[in-house]
Ligand binder design. Structure first.
Ligand SMILES: Cc1cc2nc3c(=O)[nH]c(=O)nc-3n(C[C@H](O)[C@H](O)[C@H](O)COP(=O)(O)OP(=O)(O)OC[C@H]3O[C@@H](n4cnc5c(N)ncnc54)[C@H](O)[C@@H]3O)c2cc1C
Length: 409
C-alpha cells in the first residue's frame, strides 16, 4: 500500500453506504471494484423510510455526524443532480391533547436509532405523556433547529393535513429535515463511480468472506470460488455486515431489526413534509403516493414473508393515515415493504478496521439514509488521506477489551 492513491479497494455492498464509499474513493484516485449479490439499492436502501434527520440522536458525536450527513446530502444533490431523489421540505411533528381526559395521544417517531441509555431506544418509540416536549427540549439543547407553529400556521405549509379540532396545541417544524429515495441515491452514486472514476461493478455476485493475504492485503472470496485480490476490502453489506464480518473472523455486535412500510396507490393528495402524527408517520413517495409507517406493526413482520395488500392491517394503515390526510381515503395500500435495519451494539455507527484485521474495513450503521454520503466522504478520506477526527467515536475496537484495542483505523 505504498501508493495510497493507487490503492485497490473492493467494496462489498452497493447500498447507499457502499456506493457512497466507492464514489468518494474513486474521486480520490483509488481503483475500485463494487460487488453486490443483487443490484445497487437492492437491500435496505430499497426498503427504508429514509427521513433525513438528526432528531434527538445521541450521543453528541452521533448527533453531529447526522447533522453532517444532512449537509452532505445537499452538497451531493448539487454535485450529481439528485433533485429528483433528495427532498429538503422539512418535517412536522405533533401530539394531540384530550382536554377532557387531560391525556396526550402518543406521537410515533420512527426510523432512526438514537442511543438512549444503552439501547437503540427510538426505533419505534411510542412517546409517553410529555415525551415529545422533553425530546424537543433535548434537541434544542444541542442547538437543533425546531420551530413552534400554531395549527393554523402549519396549515399554511400543508393545506391538506388535518391538525385536529382544537386538540393540537403546537406543531413542531424541523425545516432543515427532509427525505430521500435511497435506492435512487445508491444507484446514481454507483453509476457515477463507474462513469466518472472507472469503478468496476460486479452484480449478482455473493461474497462469502474476506481472507487476509500473505504479507498484506485481502482476498474477497465469492460463492463461486473466485477470489478478488485487493489492498483493502470494505464491508458495506448492510444487514448482512455482521455475518460477513463473522465469516471473515471478526466478531462485531450487529443486530438485525425488521420494519414495515406501506406505500399507497396514487391518490388525490399533496404532501411535501415528513409528518409524525399521532399513530402514524408519513412522507411523500412521488407526487401522489404516500409512504406510511405504523410502529406497532414492526413487531408483526417476518423477513421474506411480506404481507399481501389485502391484509386487514393495510386497511388499518389507510384508516390511520386518512385521519391526517383525509383524501387518502380514496387510496389503498399498493405495496408493503419490509426492511432490515443493521443496529450496532451501542446503537451508533461502526467505521474502520478491527485490531488484527487491517485488510477488512467495516462501515455498518443504522440511519444510513442520512449517513451514507457523509460516511462515504469520511471513509475515503480515512483510507487515502488520514484519519478524520469525526470518526474517532465510531471505531470497531470500542467493542474489544481496552487491553487489546489498539492499532485500528
Ligand atoms: C423500516 C426502516 C426505516 C428506516 N428509516 C430510516 C430513516 O428514517 N432515516 C435514515 O437515515 N435511515 C433509516 N433507515 C436505515 C437506512 O435505511 C439504512 O441504514 C440504510 O439503507 C443502509 O444502507 P446500507 O448501504 O448500509 O445497506 P443496504 O442498503 O442493505 O446495502 C447493502 C448491500 O449489500 C449487498 N450485500 C449484502 N450481503 C452481501 C454479500 N454477502 N455479498 C455481496 N453483496 C451483499 C445487498 O444486496 C445490498 O445491496 C431505516 C431502515 C428501515 C429498515
Amino acid at each position: 500500500m505504498s501508493d495510497r492513491l493507487g490503492m485497490k479497494v473492493v467494496v462489498v455492498g452497493a447500498g447507499i453506504v457502499g456506493s457512497a464509499v466507492a464514489y468518494r474513493l474513486g474521486q480520490l484516485g483509488a481503483s475500485v471494484t463494487i460487488v453486490d449479490r443483487a443490484f445497487p439499492g437492492a437491500g435496505t436502501s430499497g426498503a427504508t423510510f429514509s427521513w433525513l434527520n438528526s432528531f434527538d440522536k445521541k450521543p453528541r458525536a452521533y448527533h453531529l455526524l447526522n447533522l453532517m450527513g444532512m449537509a452532505e446530502h445537499r452538497a451531493l444533490a448539487a454535485e450529481l443532480d439528485l433533485s429528483d431523489c433528495v427532498h429538503f421540505d422539512g418535517a412536522l411533528m405533533w401530539e394531540r391533547v384530550d382536554a377532557n381526559a387531560r391525556q396526550v395521544a402518543p406521537t410515533v417517531v420512527t426510523g432512526h436509532a438514537g442511543f438512549v441509555g444503552g439501547v437503540a431506544g427510538d426505533l419505534t418509540t411510542e412517546l409517553a405523556t410529555n415525551g415529545l416536549a422533553s425530546r424537543i427540549e433535548s434537541c434544542r439543547r444541542l442547538g437543533y433547529l425546531i420551530e413552534e407553529l400554531t395549527p393554523q400556521e402549519a396549515r399554511s405549509l400543508e393545506s391538506e393535513i388535518d391538525f385536529g379540532r382544537g386538540d393540537v396545541p403546537v406543531v413542531y417544524s424541523m425545516p432543515n429535515e427532509g427525505w430521500i429515495d435511497a435506492r435512487g441515491v445508491a444507484y446514481r452514486l454507483a453509476a457515477a463511480a463507474v462513469d466518472r472514476y472507472k469503478a468496476e461493478l460486479m452484480l449478482g455476485k455473493l461474497v462469502v468472506r474476506v481472507d487476509p493475504r500473505d504479507g498484506s492485503g485481502a482476498d474477497v472470496v465469492l460463492s463461486d470460488g473466485a477470489r478478488i485480490a485487493c489492498d483493502v476490502a470494505i464491508n458495506a453489506a448492510g444487514p448482512e455486515s455482521g455475518r460477513l464480518a463473522a465469516a471473515s473472523g471478526v466478531a462485531l455486535p450487529v443486530e438485525r431489526s425488521l420494519g414495515v412500510m406501506f406505500v399507497t396507490s396514487s391518490a388525490p393528495v399533496r404532501l411535501r413534509h415528513v409528518v409524525h402524527a399521532p399513530g402514524v408517520t408519513m412522507r411523500p413517495d412521488g407526487a401522489t403516493r404516500v409512504m406510511a409507517r405504523v410502529a406497532r406493526f414492526d413487531s408483526q413482520v417476518d423477513e421474506g414473508r411480506p404481507w399481501s395488500c389485502a391484509d386487514s392491517r393495510c386497511s388499518e394503515v389507510i384508516a390511520a393515515a386518512s385521519t391526517v390526510l383525509p383524501n387518502l381515503r380514496y387510496g389503498s395500500i399498493e405495496s408493503v415493504r419490509v426492511g432490515v435495519r443493521s443496529i450496532p451494539g451501542d446503537g451508533v455507527s461502526i467505521v474502520g478496521t478491527a485490531s488484527g484485521s487491517p485488510h477488512l474495513y467495516h462501515v455498518i450503521t443504522h440511519s444510513g439514509a442520512t449517513l451514507g454520503p457523509v460516511l462515504g466522504r469520511l471513509v475515503a478520506s480515512d483510507l487515502l488521506l488520514g484519519a478524520p477526527p469525526e470518526l474517532a467515536s465510531f471505531r470497531p475496537d470500542r467493542f474489544v477489551d481496552s487491553g487489546t484495542a489498539s492499532g485500528s483505523r
